[in-house]
Ligand binder design. Structure first.
Ligand SMILES: [Mg+2]
Length: 190
């Protein structure tokens, strides 16, 4: 069986539209998805970004997220097959309650939930086999530690997918198919 770590924002649900809407409302700055081809956000300083991200993780926003089509079904299938599901989100522990409620509301099964800013070290501790995460930083961190990295393709991670370093898919049904061989042969044959 494999140990799978799953990011939430831009992995389990579309996140960018919400962040862009908040940046527009608060600071009048447009964050076009299509040209967001790296991890930096021009036009906002660090404090403003933190402010916008914090608002995306308000209880109402967390609970209002709509999962990508096929995401819940796929994770249900993995969980039924006996794979261990660790949900890991780069968000404050204050958001843990709402995040758990949201996962329950959408019917996504998990064995462990972690909201923190130490995602990769936690994955190492838990001996995660596969990290599904859109962040180029987390993908690189996982790869450095021998963890297979996979993602829904976004403009900011498409290069990592094109280079063959990360497994990429346009949507969840495609991701499920791409990960199939990795789930039947996890790192240490669990
Ligand atoms: Mg993410």
């Amino acid at each position: 069986m494999a140990k799978i770590a799953l990011d939430i924002d831009s992995t389990l649900h579309p996140y960018w539209d919400l962040l862009a809407e908040i940046a527009q409302q608060r600071y009048g700055v447009a964050l076009p998805y299509d040209t967001q081809d790296d991890w930096g956000i021009p036009g906002l300083d660090r404090e403003q970004i933190v402010d916008c991200v914090r608002e995306t993780h308000s209880e109402a926003n967390v609970l209002g997220a709509v999962p990508y089509s096929g995401a819940v079904e796929t994770v249900c299938e993995w969980h039924r097959a006996g794979h261990w599901i660790h949900i890991t989100s780069h968000r404050s522990t204050d958001a843990l309650g709402a995040t758990g409620k949201w996962l329950e509301a959408i019917g996504l099964p998990f064995d462990d939930l972690h909201c923190s800013y130490d995602k990769i070290s936690r994955c190492v501790e838990l001996e995660i086999d596969i990290l599904i995460d859109d962040s180029p930083i987390n993908i690189a961190g996982a790869l450095e530690r021998g963890i297979t990295a996979a993602t829904i393709v976004h403009p900011w991670n498409v290069e990592l997918v094109r280079s063959g370093k990360a497994i990429g898919a346009a949507d969840w049904p495609e991701l499920r198919e791409a990960l199939e061989p990795h789930l039947t042969q996890s790192r240490d044959g669990r």
